[in-house]
Design a protein around this ligand. Structure first.
Ligand SMILES: [Zn+2]
Length: 188
Protein backbone atom coordinates (compact mmCIF):
# COMPACT_ATOMS: atom_id res chain seq x y z
CA UNK A 1 0.00 0.00 0.00
CA UNK A 2 2.66 2.46 1.02
CA UNK A 3 4.79 1.51 -1.94
CA UNK A 4 2.02 2.74 -4.22
CA UNK A 5 2.33 6.13 -2.59
CA UNK A 6 5.98 6.19 -3.48
CA UNK A 7 5.58 5.53 -7.16
CA UNK A 8 7.29 8.79 -7.97
CA UNK A 9 10.96 9.53 -7.37
CA UNK A 10 11.94 12.72 -5.57
CA UNK A 11 12.84 14.35 -8.91
CA UNK A 12 9.59 13.32 -10.54
CA UNK A 13 7.62 14.58 -7.60
CA UNK A 14 9.34 17.95 -7.52
CA UNK A 15 8.87 18.29 -11.29
CA UNK A 16 5.22 17.52 -10.78
CA UNK A 17 4.99 20.03 -7.96
CA UNK A 18 6.60 22.67 -10.15
CA UNK A 19 4.02 22.01 -12.83
CA UNK A 20 1.17 22.22 -10.32
CA UNK A 21 2.58 25.45 -8.86
CA UNK A 22 3.02 27.12 -12.21
CA UNK A 23 -0.40 26.28 -13.57
CA UNK A 24 -2.88 29.03 -12.87
CA UNK A 25 -5.74 26.70 -12.07
CA UNK A 26 -8.49 26.66 -9.47
CA UNK A 27 -8.00 25.31 -5.93
CA UNK A 28 -10.22 22.34 -6.86
CA UNK A 29 -7.97 21.35 -9.75
CA UNK A 30 -4.82 21.83 -7.67
CA UNK A 31 -6.27 19.63 -4.94
CA UNK A 32 -7.06 16.93 -7.49
CA UNK A 33 -3.54 17.16 -8.91
CA UNK A 34 -2.02 16.88 -5.42
CA UNK A 35 -4.06 13.79 -4.58
CA UNK A 36 -3.30 12.27 -7.98
CA UNK A 37 0.42 13.02 -7.61
CA UNK A 38 0.43 11.41 -4.17
CA UNK A 39 -1.63 8.30 -4.92
CA UNK A 40 -0.41 7.62 -8.45
CA UNK A 41 -2.39 6.40 -11.42
CA UNK A 42 -3.66 3.08 -10.11
CA UNK A 43 -6.25 4.71 -7.92
CA UNK A 44 -9.67 5.81 -9.03
CA UNK A 45 -10.01 9.47 -8.12
CA UNK A 46 -13.22 11.28 -9.05
CA UNK A 47 -13.65 15.01 -9.35
CA UNK A 48 -16.73 17.01 -8.43
CA UNK A 49 -18.78 14.12 -7.04
CA UNK A 50 -22.24 15.50 -7.76
CA UNK A 51 -24.05 12.51 -6.32
CA UNK A 52 -22.74 13.24 -2.82
CA UNK A 53 -23.84 16.00 -0.37
CA UNK A 54 -21.91 19.21 -0.97
CA UNK A 55 -20.40 17.82 -4.22
CA UNK A 56 -16.93 16.96 -2.86
CA UNK A 57 -14.19 18.30 -5.14
CA UNK A 58 -12.22 15.07 -4.89
CA UNK A 59 -13.49 11.60 -4.10
CA UNK A 60 -11.35 8.49 -3.53
CA UNK A 61 -13.86 5.62 -3.38
CA UNK A 62 -11.27 3.02 -2.28
CA UNK A 63 -10.50 5.13 0.78
CA UNK A 64 -14.15 6.17 1.36
CA UNK A 65 -12.71 9.67 1.33
CA UNK A 66 -14.23 12.98 0.24
CA UNK A 67 -12.05 16.10 0.07
CA UNK A 68 -13.04 19.73 -0.37
CA UNK A 69 -11.03 22.69 -1.62
CA UNK A 70 -12.95 25.68 -0.34
CA UNK A 71 -12.43 29.16 -1.73
CA UNK A 72 -11.43 31.64 1.00
CA UNK A 73 -13.95 34.34 0.08
CA UNK A 74 -17.15 32.41 -0.68
CA UNK A 75 -16.72 29.83 2.04
CA UNK A 76 -15.77 32.27 4.78
CA UNK A 77 -12.12 31.59 5.61
CA UNK A 78 -11.36 33.36 8.91
CA UNK A 79 -8.11 34.82 7.54
CA UNK A 80 -9.10 35.99 4.07
CA UNK A 81 -12.86 36.39 3.81
CA UNK A 82 -13.35 40.14 4.10
CA UNK A 83 -16.94 41.12 3.46
CA UNK A 84 -16.99 44.07 1.02
CA UNK A 85 -18.22 47.15 2.91
CA UNK A 86 -20.28 48.42 0.01
CA UNK A 87 -22.42 45.28 -0.09
CA UNK A 88 -22.09 43.94 3.44
CA UNK A 89 -25.84 43.31 3.77
CA UNK A 90 -25.67 40.98 0.83
CA UNK A 91 -22.32 39.26 1.26
CA UNK A 92 -22.37 38.87 5.04
CA UNK A 93 -25.47 36.62 5.17
CA UNK A 94 -24.57 34.89 1.89
CA UNK A 95 -21.13 33.80 3.12
CA UNK A 96 -22.63 32.76 6.46
CA UNK A 97 -25.19 30.63 4.60
CA UNK A 98 -22.43 29.04 2.51
CA UNK A 99 -20.44 28.23 5.64
CA UNK A 100 -23.37 26.60 7.41
CA UNK A 101 -24.30 24.64 4.27
CA UNK A 102 -20.66 23.45 4.03
CA UNK A 103 -20.78 22.29 7.65
CA UNK A 104 -24.09 20.48 7.04
CA UNK A 105 -22.67 18.70 3.98
CA UNK A 106 -19.57 17.56 5.86
CA UNK A 107 -21.73 16.29 8.72
CA UNK A 108 -24.01 14.44 6.32
CA UNK A 109 -21.06 12.79 4.57
CA UNK A 110 -19.61 11.67 7.90
CA UNK A 111 -22.98 10.29 8.94
CA UNK A 112 -22.94 8.26 5.72
CA UNK A 113 -19.66 6.75 6.93
CA UNK A 114 -17.26 8.69 4.72
CA UNK A 115 -14.06 10.38 5.80
CA UNK A 116 -14.13 14.11 5.05
CA UNK A 117 -11.19 16.46 4.73
CA UNK A 118 -11.24 20.12 3.93
CA UNK A 119 -8.55 22.39 2.57
CA UNK A 120 -8.72 26.12 2.13
CA UNK A 121 -7.78 27.88 -1.07
CA UNK A 122 -4.86 29.42 0.85
CA UNK A 123 -3.50 25.92 1.62
CA UNK A 124 -3.35 25.20 -2.09
CA UNK A 125 -1.30 28.02 -3.51
CA UNK A 126 2.03 29.74 -3.04
CA UNK A 127 4.36 28.67 -0.30
CA UNK A 128 1.85 26.61 1.78
CA UNK A 129 1.26 24.29 -1.19
CA UNK A 130 4.37 22.24 -0.47
CA UNK A 131 3.54 21.63 3.20
CA UNK A 132 -0.04 20.84 2.19
CA UNK A 133 1.26 18.14 -0.11
CA UNK A 134 3.52 16.79 2.63
CA UNK A 135 0.67 16.54 5.11
CA UNK A 136 -1.67 15.16 2.46
CA UNK A 137 0.83 12.40 1.74
CA UNK A 138 1.01 11.43 5.42
CA UNK A 139 -2.76 11.55 5.85
CA UNK A 140 -3.44 9.51 2.72
CA UNK A 141 -0.91 6.89 3.82
CA UNK A 142 -2.52 6.71 7.27
CA UNK A 143 -5.98 6.47 5.76
CA UNK A 144 -4.86 3.66 3.43
CA UNK A 145 -3.41 1.75 6.39
CA UNK A 146 -6.48 2.34 8.51
CA UNK A 147 -8.99 1.54 5.75
CA UNK A 148 -7.70 -0.99 3.19
CA UNK A 149 -9.17 -0.51 -0.33
CA UNK A 150 -11.62 -3.42 -0.08
CA UNK A 151 -13.05 -1.99 3.12
CA UNK A 152 -13.02 1.53 1.68
CA UNK A 153 -14.98 0.44 -1.38
CA UNK A 154 -17.47 -1.34 0.87
CA UNK A 155 -17.93 1.79 2.99
CA UNK A 156 -18.35 3.90 -0.13
CA UNK A 157 -20.92 1.52 -1.66
CA UNK A 158 -22.82 1.48 1.60
CA UNK A 159 -22.87 5.28 1.67
CA UNK A 160 -24.17 5.58 -1.89
CA UNK A 161 -26.84 2.92 -1.28
CA UNK A 162 -27.93 4.80 1.82
CA UNK A 163 -28.18 8.02 -0.20
CA UNK A 164 -30.20 6.30 -2.91
CA UNK A 165 -32.57 4.95 -0.28
CA UNK A 166 -33.03 8.50 1.06
CA UNK A 167 -33.74 9.83 -2.43
CA UNK A 168 -36.06 6.96 -3.32
CA UNK A 169 -37.93 5.86 -0.17
CA UNK A 170 -39.96 3.30 -2.16
CA UNK A 171 -36.78 1.38 -2.94
CA UNK A 172 -35.96 1.22 0.75
CA UNK A 173 -39.47 0.03 1.59
CA UNK A 174 -39.14 -2.87 -0.80
CA UNK A 175 -35.60 -3.47 0.30
CA UNK A 176 -34.02 -4.04 3.65
CA UNK A 177 -35.76 -1.49 5.83
CA UNK A 178 -36.13 -3.00 9.25
CA UNK A 179 -39.25 -2.99 11.38
CA UNK A 180 -39.20 -0.44 14.21
CA UNK A 181 -38.02 -2.03 17.45
CA UNK A 182 -39.62 0.46 19.78
CA UNK A 183 -43.37 0.65 20.25
CA UNK A 184 -43.31 4.40 20.61
CA UNK A 185 -43.75 5.24 16.96
CA UNK A 186 -46.29 7.97 16.35
CA UNK A 187 -48.66 7.65 13.39
CA UNK A 188 -50.30 11.04 13.72
ZN1 LIG B 1 -7.89 31.71 3.42
Amino acid sequence: MLSRMDMFTAEERSALMARIRSSGTTPEVRLYELVRATLGNRWRIDRNARHLPGKPDVLVPSLALAVFADGCFFHGCAEHSRVPKSNADYWGPKIARNASRDAASRRQLRELGLEVWRFWEHDLRGRPLESTQASLKVRLAQRALHVPPAQGRLLYRRATRQLEAQDHPSVARNGDRRAPTSGQQSYS
